[in-house]
Design a protein around this ligand. Structure first.
Ligand code: PSV
Ligand code: MN
Ligand code: MN
Length: 426
């Protein structure tokens, strides 16, 4: 199924009257306070978030999986699904592939398919957390940290293979997330595991083209429940520094222990020029991979406040690579991703509304009450008309979820692909 622009224009016509009322009201209000509304709408329209190839099907838990129907079963179909989200939102102009799940059989055809949807290939993801059916060496007790030299070398070689595939697709970065760690005390020597990981990452880094970046993801636990070798941002930061200039830390919102101050981690990394990538999701307890903004929208806003500050004030930090890393157990994956995009853009826009000059003044005067008012004033602004204005400007849907349902996208996908299909991946 392909959503033509004409169809959305037609659909938007029915909604535009209500939109105009809301937009005019907000525009007047913001303009009075000195906000350049057109500039903010342009920034929203430009903001693009990569969709991971593994988030397009029903995820499930270790207790079971409930199929959704019409799920993509090939890389081509995954690109088509991201294309649908991008057509509806104009905010998902990139896709992030996971190897070996997404090895392209025909690179030229895959590139053409992506281009036809206006998509580029964001970071490539390697997988050394599972043994593939034809695996020569096992990752059961670790990959890049392994004391088994064959498994370690095998994992390094896999990452180099991912870089080779990524080069053909014009991707410019590799994300490494490791399940490596221990389930029980005494299982491994922490220092040995860390030094092996450092050595492996340096070998991978050396195999990257000059214009590539390496993103090192951290996670405190799972699937190992006693320790993870790259457990936190500090360990990732240390390893990125050991690798070199083009190695960075990647922050996944779900990869923190409860109540971690993620906005402060963001600020610290950007100050040091080492925040490379970002995985969005939300969580109540652990790495729950829930829809972005569904549990802690204020925390997301505070994180975006630091991201916006860093983008404007830290030229030493590259522009971060954005990706949604969520899973869908009971929702239609495409609807869930559209909801996540909306939450990301809301938090981003609210952060753009923070009066940075007034906040600085309040901080200089230790006016704690004023500082909180400034932040919460931005957070409590209903910015959704600005998101709609950006979508109207780019030919996307004013209300993407309503359009998705109206156009019967899922029903069409089920007719095209069948009810009992399963996406490759998690
Ligand atoms: C691990 O929990 C993670 O968040 C990493 O980003 C992986 O790349 C992704 O899940 C899927 O493997
Ligand atoms: Mn992640
Ligand atoms: Mn995760």
């Amino acid at each position: 199924m392909i959503i033509e622009k004409g169809i959305l224009e037609q659909y938007n016509k029915n909604e535009v009257e209500n939109f105009n009322i809301d937009f005019d009201f907000l525009q007047n209000k913001l303009t009075k306070t000195g906000v350049n509304v057109a500039e903010i709408v342009n920034k929203i329209a430009d903001f693009q978030v990569a969709i991971p190839s593994w988030a397009l099907g029903a995820g499930g838990t270790r207790f079971g999986r409930f199929s959704y129907g019409g799920e993509p079963s090939s890389l081509e179909q995954k690109l088509d699904d991201v294309g649908l989200i991008h057509a509806l939102t104009h905010s998902a102009g990139a896709v992030s592939l996971h190897i070996p799940w997404d090895i392209p059989s025909d690179v030229k055809a895959i590139k053409e398919k992506a281009a036809s949807h206006g998509l580029v290939f964001d970071a490539m993801n390697s997988n050394t957390f599972q043994d593939q059916p034809n695996a020569k060496h096992s990752y059961k007790f670790g990959s890049l940290n392994s004391i088994n030299e064959d498994s370690r070398a095998y994992a390094v070689e896999h990452n180099k293979e991912v870089i080779r595939i990524g080069k053909e697709l014009d991707s410019k970065s590799l994300t490494v997330w490791l399940a490596d760690g221990a389930s029980f005390p005494g299982q491994l020597n922490f220092q040995n595991a860390l030094s092996k990981t450092e050595q492996s990452l340096k070998e991978i880094y050396a195999g990257m083209p000059e214009d590539w970046k390496l993103f090192i993801e951290y996670k405190p636990y799972e699937p190992n429940f006693y320790s993870t070798t790259i457990q936190d941002w500090g360990t990732s930061f240390m390893l990125a520094n050991a690798c070199g200039e083009r190695a960075y830390t990647l922050v996944d919102l779900g990869h923190h222990l409860p109540n971690s101050n993620i906005e402060q981690i963001v600020a610290t990394l950007m100050y040091k020029g080492k925040l490379g990538g970002f995985h969005f999701n939300d969580s109540k307890y652990g790495d729950d991979d829930l829809t972005v903004g569904s549990i802690k929208p204020y925390a997301l806003f505070l994180i975006f406040n630091e991201l916006v500050y860093g983008i404007e004030n830290n030229p030493q930090n590259p522009y971060p690579a954005w990706m949604i890393d969520a899973s869908h157990n009971i929702k239609d994956p495409l609807e869930d991703l559209i909801q996540s995009l909306e939450a990301i853009l809301i938090a981003y826009t609210q952060a753009l509304l923070v009066d940075q000059k007034a906040l600085k003044d309040a901080q200089l005067n230790n006016d704690v009450v004023r500082a909180q008012e400034i932040l919460q004033n931005a957070y409590r602004t209903d910015v959704r008309p600005l998101l709609r204005a950006a979508r109207l400007q780019t030919g996307a849907a004013l209300d993407p979820i309503a359009a998705y349902r109206n156009l019967k996208v899922r029903e069409n996908l089920i007719t095209e692909r069948g009810l009992n299909v399963k996406a490759t991946g998690l």
